[in-house]
Design a binder for this molecule. Structure first.
Ligand code: ADP
Length: 375
């Protein structure tokens, strides 16, 4: 069985330039995934020319094949180092170093909220933003699986004399999940305040570093737990995920109205339609609207909320989630393209929101029955 360490050791003999540091010690190798005989390497490069890419690719393949005496399939994902810093939004600074907190929600479970969160996160990170995910889905914390980090335990680190939890990082995305601290069947019985306490620790007692975006994968629905989360966090905006199906849309509508309530007032950046249609690979022009056509799109115009885009049912999106590597990581694919578009639409709405609206206040629950007021 091949291991990550074996590959890393081999790569530490590969250099972009023979008189410079090797590609492991200079930090260019961002990630290595080994799956049977398939090796996927994420490699950061400065020169985006085809020639530069081919040269380093050849060096890597030769080094691996010379050291491993059976056939392996080596894939390299190039990550461009952007020379100019990406635009950082000027938003709420209530949580030090975190510029934008975006809640990703759905009225109904199983509509692809976590899958979309994971893919938006890697899309944003590939654009050069610093991204974290807070997986707050107590009913099914699936982000660790989707990033191949399940079973890991965040370490405690010392930050200015305080002990803080260090998020687990993969594919350049920092992750904290309720799933790191509890078994899934235990998380479900958590009540709002318990979950809220754990989430508070994951936000305020964690060493997130500087983040442009913290995406919060909310549990589905509109219960106490949502109020608890809004109690803890100054959320810049919310994104609602729905399939076009009528019963999903009804719940999405409830989700939107929860954010819009006068005393919660979290701006809804828009609606994303997931599982919008299916196109077989051999007949890409044919679209089959399995869950109905444009239901979420129509809902967004009904509610006068931006429509952020549609994501079809794509087999590789499901496979990539199971494999632990979000589909949007894979360059030059339909998935990368689609998630890029949706991320850009979300960014545009966030820019508008940050220009036009004041910072979101933290919502305070004043009684156990959920009576709300603003701080
Ligand atoms: P939720 O977080 O809303 O409960 P998940 O993200 O766990 O939903 O998705 C539910 C299932 O649907 C998963 O098996 C996931 O891989 C799959 N899935 C989600 N979106 C897509 C898509 N666009 N194409 C194919 N499969 C998808």
């Amino acid at each position: 069985m091949l291991t990550k360490n074996q590959i890393s050791e081999i790569l530490s003999n590969v250099h972009f330039d023979s008189n410079k540091e090797n590609i492991v010690s200079n930090g260019s190798v961002k990630n290595i995934v080994v799956f049977n005989k398939e090796i996927v390497i994420d490699l950061e490069i400065l020169k985006p020319t085809l020639q530069a890419k081919n040269t380093i690719k050849r060096k890597i393949i030769v080094a691996i094949k010379n050291n491993i005496d059976f056939d392996v399939d080596v894939k390299i994902n190039f990550i461009l180092i952007s020379e100019k810093e990406p635009t950082i939004f000027n938003s709420t600074k209530k949580i030090e170093n975190i510029s934008n907190i975006v809640a990703i929600s759905s009225g109904k479970g199983g509509v692809g909220k976590s899958t979309v969160t994971a893919n938006l996160a890697v899309s944003l990170s590939k654009m050069g933003f610093k991204v974290g995910i807070l997986d707050a889905d107590i009913y099914g914390p699936s982000i660790p699986e989707m990033f191949d980090v399940s079973g890991q335990k965040p370490l405690a680190v010392d930050v200015n004399g305080k002990s803080k939890m260090k998020p687990i990082e993969n594919y350049n995305v920092k992750i904290l999940s309720i799933g790191f601290f509890t078994k899934i069947d235990q998380a479900v019985i958590w009540r709002g305040p318990m979950a809220s306490k754990a989430l508070n620790q994951m936000i305020f007692d964690a060493d997130w570093g500087v983040l442009d975006f913290l995406l919060v994968d909310l549990p589905p629905g509109t219960g106490d737990i949502h109020l608890s989360i809004m109690q803890s966090l100054p959320i810049s905006g919310a994104v609602v995920i729905s399939t076009p199906q009528k019963i999903a849309l009804n719940d999405a509508r409830k989700g939107v109205s929860m954010f819009k309530k006068e005393n919660i007032n979290v701006p809804v950046l828009g609606i994303i339609e997931n599982m919008a249609y299916f196109s077989p690979e051999e007949l890409p022009e044919n679209k089959y609207y399995l869950f109905g056509k444009e239901g979420a799109k129509n809902l967004s115009s009904d509610l006068n909320i931006p429509f952020l885009g549609e994501i079809p049912i794509i087999q590789s999106v499901r496979e990539a989630a199971d494999f632990g590597r979000p589909a949007a990581m894979q360059e030059n694919t339909i998935s990368e393209n689609i998630f890029n578009k949706v991320s850009k639409n979300m960014l545009s709405q966030l820019i508008i929101r940050n220009k036009e609206l004041p910072e979101t206040e933290i919502v305070r629950i004043t009684t156990m029955s959920g009576c709300l007021s603003q701080k």
